[in-house]
Design a protein around this ligand. Structure first.
Ligand SMILES: Nc1nc2c(ncn2[C@@H]2O[C@H](COP(=O)(O)OP(=O)(O)OP(=O)(O)O)[C@@H](O)[C@H]2O)c(=O)[nH]1
Ligand SMILES: [Mg+2]
Length: 457
């Protein structure tokens, strides 16, 4: 590369010099305004412009075809391409501009503008973005190409697998099984598509509507369909009682406060946040005191640092005239439980928590599970979504749950998911709560009462 510097009074003159000396393929490398000088040596100098141009040795004047060679392009900040200008070449210092005819005017314009107003330097961020943008675009294109390559590889792998005879056989077996299971569950579960006689079919449909998993009672429904006479089937009330009996066969209840013999019954209430544990503990204590004024009851609670939790229980303690004790660890809880074994009832309230919170579950486990004197009751709100019920059961099962309490049954008419939950847990139900009033809104669970509620009665 041949480099030469030209000095002239103005840009057009300098460019003319370059063209005449180096030809139209010459490339501007840099431009610099030359200041007017004063003093002995610059006394009468009026300033001008100094331009450095470069040219490949074989691209000099007279070289064939050079005029038609494409003008190099540069990328603008907005991504569009344009012919580089002297201005931009000068700004970047290393960007090439070709001194062709088409640039003469622009060069002159740019130089004039430069003399009037100094070119503002682009912001550093702007300059960085200027260079980053094309790289980003390149990366985007590459990412798209990689993705389509990946997809191609995956579909090639699938084709290879499908051509494998073992795989094909396995797939058709799975499809066959899926079809058979579908047919079976359709026949058993979907009351509309079975041969269930009316009104059995319409009752089954109501249960399904309330969220009852019909696979749980499919056997019972089929049995009724085969054994009930046409006369019995014609009486809807009778058929409802038969279905009720089928539901009742599947759930268990337990009398919560049967005498614990010589010692107190100790009930710990655990469960997700806000299901009504503290309120239910107060209701249980309150109802016992209504029944037997002389009954001796104590409240214990775990210090799990939840602001307000203790105050809530203390409020009920004061209301019912009962002591409230706080345990800060498992040993202290055990000591407090033993200290109250001469009572009729000890209620251990726990802090509600997200069942997905491992730390909290671990803390509860450390408090409650090692103590054989404590019966752990899981409190579940009737408004819980079926999917969450499964999670709750899974997470709380580490606490050796013995019994169930269903709260807030007044807030829903769909008892189906609680029926499924209870049936699948295999645990007995002790209480149902149906309102916020303490101690009134608490029912000792009976199979008949619970199943009638599930049936919407
Ligand atoms: N509708 C209705 N509300 C209830 C029932 N039981 C409790 N509640 C209300 O549910 C809210 C929460 O009750 P709490 O007893 O504080 O619940 P908790 O499980 O102790 O709550 P945490 O200690 O925060 O986990 C209160 O507003 C209660 O009045 C019920 O059976 N029906
Ligand atoms: Mg509470």
């Amino acid at each position: 590369m041949l480099l030469r510097t030209f000095t002239a009074a103005d840009v057009p003159s300098a460019v003319r010099q370059i063209r005449e000396t180096l030809g139209p393929e010459a490339v501007i490398v840099s431009t610099r305004p030359v200041k007017a000088r004063r003093g002995a040596f610059g006394l009468f100098s009026s300033g001008g412009v100094e331009i450095t141009a470069a040219i490949e040795p074989d691209a000099g004047p007279g070289r064939e075809g050079t005029r038609d060679a494409p003008v190099p392009k540069i990328l603008r900040r907005d991504g569009a391409e344009r012919t580089p200008s002297l201005e931009s070449a000068a700004r970047r210092g290393n960007t090439l501009a070709v001194v062709g005819d088409d640039l003469d005017e622009e060069i002159a314009r740019t130089a004039a503008a430069r003399e009037e107003t100094p070119e503002p330097r682009p912001e550093p961020r702007e300059r960085v973005m200027f260079y980053i943008k094309p790289i980003r675009e390149e990366l985007r294109t590459l990412t798209t190409e990689i993705e389509s390559l990946k997809q191609e590889t995956r579909s090639r792998q699938m084709r290879t697998l499908e051509s494998n005879s073992g795989f094909t056989r396995m797939r058709s077996e799975i499809a066959e099984l899926r079809y058979l299971v579908g047919r079976m569950s359709e026949a058993v579960v979907d009351p509309a598509s079975t041969s269930l006689p009316d009104p059995l079919r319409s009752i089954a449909m109501q249960l399904a509507d309330a969220g009852v998993d019909l696979t749980l009672i499919a056997g019972g429904l089929q049995r009724l369909a085969q054994t009930l006479t046409p006369d019995q089937l014609s009486q809807e009330a009778y058929v409802r009682e038969c279905v009720l009996a089928e539901l009742m066969r599947l759930v268990a209840v337990s009398a919560p406060l049967e005498s614990g013999g010589q010692r107190a019954r100790v009930l710990a209430l655990v469960g997700p946040t806000g299901v009504g544990k503290t309120t239910t503990a107060a209701k249980i204590a309150g109802q016992l005191l209504l029944e037997r004024r002389e009954a001796r009851v104590a409240f214990l609670t775990l210090d799990t640092y939840r602001i307000g939790a203790l105050d809530h229980l203390r409020h009920y303690g004061e209301m019912l005239g009962l002591p409230v004790h706080v345990a800060t660890n498992a040993a202290e809880l055990d000591r407090l439980v033993r200290a109250h074994l001469d009572h009729d009832l000890v209620l251990v309230d726990t802090t509600g928590g997200n069942p997905k919170d491992d730390r909290l579950m671990g803390e509860l486990h450390a408090f409650i599970s090692p103590n054989p004197l404590i019966e752990t009751h899981l409190c579940v709100s009737a408004t819980t979504k079926p999917r969450d019920l499964r999670d709750i059961h899974e997470r709380f099962s580490s606490l050796a749950i013995e019994k169930m309490i269903f709260t807030k049954i007044d807030e829903t008419n769909c008892g189906g998911s609680l029926f499924n939950f209870l049936t699948l847990s295999g645990k007995p139900l002790t209480y149902l709560t149906n309102g916020q009033q303490v101690p009134e809104d608490l029912r000792v669970a009976t199979r008949d009462g619970f199943c009638r509620w599930v049936m919407g009665e």
